[in-house]
Design a protein around this ligand. Structure first.
Ligand code: KG4
Length: 338
C-alpha cells in the first residue's frame, strides 16, 4: 500500500511516500526555521502562509522522487493534531483535496503517534508493545505503546515541553532558534556540575514532569550574572542544563519500564536527537539489560515519513476520515478523533 503523507503541524512543511508503513520511497522536508529565527520562535501566521505556498509543490516532488505517479497512491495520510491550528489546517485541507481528487481514503494521524512510528521505518524488527519516551518541541510524554494504535499515557509534562525548555534556555543565552542543537554544541566540553539546577517532582504520579522551573532557573542565572557583571560559565551552564533535562527524563522512563515489565524502550521526537539524553538512555538500558531504539537524527525531527508510517497502521485499524475532518491544536495521544 502506497501512502502519500503530509505534515504541517509546526514550521516544517513535509511530504513523503511510504510503502506498507515501513519503507520510505520519498521524504521531502522544507524547514522554515530561518524565517522564524529572527523572532526567536515560530510565528504561527508566518508558518501557515509558508505551508500554503509550499505544500502542493512538495507533494508533487515526493511523488516524483518515489518514482510513482498520482494514480499509484492508495491513501493520503495527514497530521491533524496536535500543533498550530492554522498550520495544521493547511495540511488537512490539502490532504482532503488530494484524497478526494485521487479517490482514495483519507487517514488522520496524531503527530506524536507519528514521532513514535519513525522508529518503525528505522528499525524493521521493532513491533509493539514497548515503552516510549516521546520528547519534542510541544510534547513530553512517557507512553505505554501496547499496539500500533493502542497507546496510554503514563506520564507527561505539567507545563513546558522538553524541547520548548531547550529553546527558551537557548534564547536567554543568545543562541539561535531552534535552540536544542546550539545548546548541545555549547555544552560540548562544559562541566555538567557547574550549576545546581532544579529537578522538580510533580504530585502523585512519579512519571509526570515539569520543565518550567528549570527554564526559570536558567533565566535567573543569566540575568543575575548580567546585573552583577559576573562572567557566566556558558558551556558549564549548557552542560548542567542538558544533565538536568536528561535526569528528569531518563530515570522516569526506566522506572516506568521496570514497573510495566518492558524490555524494549523507544525514544522519539526532536529532543531524542540530544547527545546527552541518547547517551544516558543508552547507558541506563545497558545497565538494566533493555533494548533501546532511537531513530537516526533525520527521523527525530518533524517529517512526513513518520506520518505515512503511522497512517498505514491507523488505516489497518479502520481509522479513516471523511471530508468533514477537522484539525485540533491539542489532543491526547490516546484520544480518537471519532
Ligand atoms: O520533534 P520536533 O522537530 O518538533 C515537534 O514536534 O515539536 O522537535 C523540535 C524540538 C525543538 O524544541 C528543538 O530545539 C529540539 O526539538 N531539538 C533538540 C535537539 N535537536 C532538536 N533538543 C535538544 N538537543 C538536540 N540536539
Amino acid at each position: 500500500m502506497l501512502i502519500l503523507a503530509i505534515e504541517t503541524s509546526c514550521d516544517e512543511t513535509a511530504a513523503a511516500v511510504v510503502r506498507d508503513g515501513r519503507e520510505a520511497l520519498a521524504d521531502v522536508v522544507l524547514s522554515q526555521a530561518d524565517m522564524h529565527a529572527i523572532y526567536g520562535g515560530v510565528v504561527p501566521e508566518i508558518a501557515s502562509r509558508n505551508h500554503i505556498t509550499a505544500i502542493s509543490r512538495l507533494a508533487e516532488q515526493a511523488i516524483r522522487d518515489a518514482g510513482v505517479t498520482k494514480r499509484d497512491i492508495d491513501a493520503v495520510a495527514v497530521t491533524y493534531a496536535p500543533g498550530l491550528i492554522g498550520a495544521l489546517l493547511v495540511g488537512v485541507n490539502f490532504a482532503k483535496g488530494a484524497a478526494m481528487a485521487l479517490g482514495v481514503p483519507l487517514i488522520p494521524v496524531h503527530h506524536v503517534r507519528g514521532h513514535i512510528a519513525a522508529n518503525y521505518v528505522a528499525f524493521p524488527e521493532l513491533e509493539p508493545p514497548f515503552l516510549c519516551l516521546a520528547i519534542s518541541g510541544g510534547n513530553s510524554l512517557i507512553v505505554d505503546v501496547r499496539g500500533y494504535t493502542d497507546m496510554h499515557i503514563l506520564g507527561c509534562t505539567h507545563d513546558d515541553a522538553a524541547g520548548e525548555c531547550f529553546d527558551k534556555a537557548a534564547r536567554v543565552l543568545g543562541l539561535p532558534y531552534p535552540g536544542g542543537k546550539p545548546m548541545q554544541d555549547l555544552a560540548e566540553g562544559g562541566d555538567d556540575t557547574a550549576y545546581d539546577l532544579p529537578r522538580p517532582k510533580m504530585g502523585e504520579n512519579p512519571y509526570d514532569m515539569s520543565f518550567s522551573g528549570l527554564k526559570t532557573a536558567v533565566v535567573n542565572i543569566v540575568h543575575t550574572a548580567e546585573q552583577r557583571g559576573e562572567t557566566l560559565d556558558r558551556p558549564g551552564l549548557a552542560a548542567s542544563f542538558a544533565r538536568a533535562v536528561s535526569e528528569l527524563l531518563v530515570p522516569r522512563t526506566m522506572a516506568a519500564a521496570r514497573e510495566l515489565g518492558y524490555d524494549t524502550i523507544v525514544a522519539a521526537g526532536g529532543v531524542a536527537a540530544n547527545k546527552r539524553v541518547r547517551a544516558d538512555l543508552a547507558e541506563a538500558c545497558r545497565r538494566e539489560g533493555k533494548r533501546l531504539f532511537i531513530p537516526p537524527l533525520k527521523l527525530c525531527g518533524d517529517n512526513a515519513v513518520m506520518i505515512g508510517c503511522q497512517g498505514y497502521y491507523e488505516y489497518l485499524a479502520g481509522h479513516t476520515a471523511g471530508s468533514d475532518l477537522n484539525a485540533y491544536a491539542t489532543m491526547d495521544i490516546d484520544e480518537l478523533f471519532q
